[in-house]
Design a protein around this ligand. Sequence first.
Ligand SMILES: NC(=O)c1ccc[n+]([C@@H]2O[C@H](COP(=O)([O-])OP(=O)(O)OC[C@H]3O[C@@H](n4cnc5c(N)ncnc54)[C@H](O)[C@@H]3O)[C@@H](O)[C@H]2O)c1
Length: 345
Amino acid sequence: MEKIHIRYSSGAVDHYFGPAFDRLLSLCDWENLFIITDKNISRLYRKQLERYRVIEIEPGEMFKNQQTADKVILSLIELGADRQSFIIGLGGGVVTDLTGYVASIYKRGVKFGFVPTSLLAMVDAAMGGKNGVDVGLYKNMVGTFRHPDWIIIDPFFLHTLPDEEWSNGFAEIIKHAVIHDEFHFAELESFELTEFKKQKDLINSMIHRSVSIKTGITSNDEFEKGERKLLNFGHTIGHAIENKYNLSHGHAISIGMVAEALLSTRMAGLSQQDFERLEQLLEKFNLPVNFNFDVDDIWKLLLADKKIEGDEISIVLLKSIGEPMIRNVPLRELRTSLQQLNANK
Ligand SMILES: NC(=O)c1ccc[n+]([C@@H]2O[C@H](COP(=O)([O-])OP(=O)(O)OC[C@H]3O[C@@H](n4cnc5c(N)ncnc54)[C@H](O)[C@@H]3O)[C@@H](O)[C@H]2O)c1
């Protein structure tokens, strides 16, 4: 099984690429192991999970909150989990974010590992050490920076992934390409979603590429002092609309990327041609490029953004595909791009 060791200033993470269930038993002592997963995964993988102690959560972003974290913590107490226990988050980004958070605070911290099962979690959510939960409509308002001991990326799980979740995963893959690598972007332009679903080698190499972009950036700048901010492209507006309109993360980020690219055409010299390339690529992967929302409602949520200082926000803009920049932008410009997005039909 392929293994990559990633060093962060606060610790190291082993990434394994290959069959997860074969690997689990050699990585941890199963007598003191607890798996957190959601009800969709536990139903689909019931047989493989038979021998483990499993704590199930309800699927979906609306359950990524403190109430679910408390329920999981109570289950851990009832099952006798102690400070030597090991916790595995097996699932999409909701499960990995919540598991990392619970493991970071349970008895002041226990060891944990991730087995991401959605494409989005394989290429993004499981890596980088950010864990947390939402508070009401506010995304990831509470959380920790803490890395798992290891992550097993096993594309086998993708055979049960619903079509919409494939698209959601490609939202983050496209984001990685657009902020980092014009060649990677052009490669995505040259394939159809159905080709990625059918050709294992193709999707495996895309996952590897995206993982290396995310781990490269987060290991250089673990605590988001500089370069890591680039990963927030599309997320300022994306996070503001996601919970308010009950959108999937990938859909929200897709709309957010279009809005922030519109802002880039006005403030960073992004060409109309590059803007259209981004829109077309998102559409090709069945992702939305516009959305009708109430600007005042979204504005209230945006004002809670951690990146606002005074009347400016630090935001990622594109000079061109593959060439991002971080700029302080007046809040009124951000509001204009929201209005433009509503009109972008
Ligand atoms: N921590 C980070 O750095 C980071 C980065 C990006 C996203 N995120 C977070 O990740 C979350 C989104 O992740 P997501 O898109 O995986 O959402 P998710 O966890 O809600 O999973 C989406 C759906 O797919 C189902 N699913 C997952 N794997 C499956 C499989 N193999 N077969 C069948 N069904 C499967 C889940 O049950 C769920 O219904 C958001 O909360 C977002 O904030 C975190």
